[in-house]
Design a binder for this molecule. Structure first.
Ligand SMILES: [Ca+2]
Ligand SMILES: [Ca+2]
Length: 285
């Protein structure tokens, strides 16, 4: 009995020791993995070519320990697919330089402005799986068209003898900020208009009906400031000739406005005003 009891005790002790060892092994695993650096936003960068609709993405593992990355998988942005597929640092299929720790990929037919790139890593001797999502937003500019913007009057009255200024204000949403904006232009279309010219001291008027919007290199809008909505506010003060001066005769009639913004990535947004603006020689009728 005694022998059996001590044998049982030994067995129990053995089980306890085995349990403690295995438990400590299980506890070791998360401790080891927590020392592995997690992939960050800084490890990913991209460039979009608007002319070819191609998106070039780089995932940079040069800061990681050598040999730490076993496999890199991504979801394809060009396809509406939930499957991961493996990419390689081998200089093929969009990867520019082999074995440099940077995995580069080219996606074609990229026509939306927002993407989420899903990356899955297989790392280390324990084949730790890490998933990471990276947001790609092209931040294309948008001309605000709401109850407030664009700000332009329904009519503008010319002065008898002095220049007047037609003031127009628009707002643009671009999360890249003012520095990303290439230009903001305004265009004018005379839809029922009389151009004035001074001939021998008398104003002569010519009826104009433009088929297309007209643009002059000086027709650029100027940045004022950012508004409370974080939108970029632009204005133009357009000089309008008086009804008659010693040198000019102001034209009058109905015009329409169109606005165009372009950012540094080449994204263009156009807003055409539905309403016409009346320019009046004296009182508007
Ligand atoms: Ca490479
Ligand atoms: Ca932008």
């Amino acid at each position: 009995m005694d022998f059996n009891f001590s044998q049982k005790m030994k067995n129990i002790l053995c089980y306890i020791i085995i349990f403690l060892i295995s438990a400590s092994c299980i506890q070791d695993t998360p401790f080891e993995t927590s020392t592995i650096e997690y992939i960050q936003n800084e490890n990913v960068n991209w460039y979009y070519n608007i002319n070819t609709s191609e998106l070039f993405v780089q995932i940079d593992f040069t800061d990681f320990e050598a040999g730490d990355i076993n496999h890199v998988y991504i979801k394809n942005l060009s396809l509406d697919s939930d499957d991961f597929y493996e990419i390689y640092d081998d200089g093929n299929n969009g990867d520019i330089i082999p074995n440099n720790g940077i995995y580069s990929i080219v996606f074609s037919n990229i026509d939306d402005t927002d993407y989420t790139l899903d990356i899955r890593l297989d790392r280390g001797s324990s084949n730790l799986i890490q998933d990471f999502s990276y947001d790609i937003n092209f931040n294309s500019p948008l001309i605000i068209d709401d109850s407030f913007y664009p700000v332009l009057p329904a009519e503008h009255v010319l002065d008898q003898t002095e220049l007047t200024y037609l003031n127009i204000v628009i707002a643009i949403n671009d999360l890249d900020g003012y520095s990303d904006i290439d230009y903001v232009k305004f265009f004018i279309k005379k839809i029922n208009f009389f151009n004035g010219s001074l001939i021998d001291g008398v104003c002569d008027y010519q009826f104009i009906e433009d088929d297309e919007y007209q643009w002059d290199p000086s027709w650029l809008m100027n940045y004022i400031d950012i508004n409370s909505n974080g939108e970029l506010v632009y204005n133009a003060r357009i000089p309008m000739n008086p009804i008659q001066s010693s040198s000019s005769c102001g034209g009058f009639g109905y015009v329409k406005f169109k606005f165009e913004v372009k950012d540094s990535k080449g994204f263009v947004n156009v807003l055409e005003q539905e309403d016409t603006l009346q320019i009046c020689p004296g009182v508007c009728e």
